[in-house]
Design a binder for this molecule. Sequence first.
Ligand code: NAD
Length: 499
Amino acid sequence: MTDLPTIQHYVNGVASAGTSTRTAPVYNPATGTVAKNVLLASTADLDAAVAVAQAAYPAWRDTSQARRQSIMYNFRELLNARKGDLAEILTAEHGKVISDALGEIIRGLEVVEFALGMPHLSKGEYSENVSTGVDVYTLRQPLGVVGIISPFNFPAMVPLWYFPIAIAAGNTVVLKPSEKDPSASNWLAELFTEAGLPEGVLNVVHGDKEAVDALLVHPDVQAISFVGSTPIARYIYETAARHGKRVQSLGGAKNHMLVLPDADLDLTADAAVNAGFGSAGERCMAISVIVAVEPVADELIAKIAQRVKGLTVGDGTRGCDMGPLITKVHRDKVAGYIDIAQNDGAEIVIDGRDISVDGDPNGFWLGPTLFDKVSVDSAVYLDEIFGPVLSIVRVATYQEGLDLINASQYGNGTAIFTNDGGAARRFQNEVQVGMVGINVPIPVPVAYHSFGGWKNSLFGDAKAYGPAGVNFYTREKAVTSRWLDPSHGGINLGFPQNQ
Ligand code: NAD
């Protein structure tokens, strides 16, 4: 055990051990073994990283747009060229299969490409002669040091949702990734240094609640970007806001797919399986409930079950469809919902505990699991399970399905499957969810739109990336200017009026 590598922080352009000797194990979920340990920062370690970011800020803020853009471009090129290396890191620590790991990197690359347009995106506005001889213009300026806290399930993509935009806009960053799969963040920060990013602009501090809390209250941190589970997202939002920071705080989800009787059931079944079991269901945009408007349920379930039986589960490096879950604790918690479903009267169509695995038997395996006739009062329906578990709820009408979705505490993503354009249009208008798919099961907006749910899936009003991201990481300054001439003279204590 003592020979295992220890993942260090990355501060001021170099690996840094900090002062804390606390560590957490980082598993290879496909073998169930501890592969590395990661340092868990103390408050002093976090404060030291913020001090570095704060010191790097003035020079980075004043670096020309052209220079910043050219470094971003180098980063984009390096990331694209070496994404295969990063995918291997993701698979080794998260467990997701290589093709899926590449997918998340490519979605993250989209945001880097979007951030390349920062000179255009952050342009101000100019109004000439708003009053005689007076002009008004706006500037968008960076905030300073911003903190980013990310979840385990997208160890590359979620940091990439945030730091490219923050940095392109002239901010400096302290990133606190998930302690469960921390290496991707170090890899990305090292790559950015190689691309020419000055030391101290992107710092990675590993840790748990102690590091997060230190970031949330630090007076030199201007903004916090968070993605994770709903209880923590709420805590982050409230704590950081109380300490005077801008906050974008994205939480958990329970995403429903509404299937109308006219839908193409083969294509719908394909989409349900892909969106339900991809990344072993550990996606905030995974479909976890299918709301089948009768009479389609029996036929749809048969088609889904047939496809699920063809899925291969195993080591993500071996070309399987689905990998393991992140930890044994999480695997056991998800498997526990199979017992809950049974007790609450659901039908177990496929039990994920009965699988053969292409991999080490000690990995954190759970196969795809399918429940029918799930009660909407059951924890299986109400909780975010975050695993390869798909529940079917049968309803009689569109309205009953819509009401169910709208009653959920979550509002991240949803999808309707139908060939009826009028029904789809009505759904997009009536559903209380932030991201809607029409025959698209995982409607993650492209990088030049913004990502974010409603209700307990996002706290506050700041979405991630796209125009909302630019807005979040810059603040507008309005300048009113005149070049004095005699017509501006005279004493008048009244409130200035334009003339
Ligand atoms: P998590 O909330 O456990 O952890 C997220 C981050 O918060 C990690 O960096 C972790 O170290 C930190 N953290 C955990 N407990 C903390 C505490 N008590 N105090 C302070 N910081 C704490 O989430 P996770 O398990 O890593 O990720 C899965 C969750 O993230 C799911 O709920 C999923 O839906 C959600 N998620 C949401 C989105 C979205 O865009 N809405 C995207 C991806 C994941």
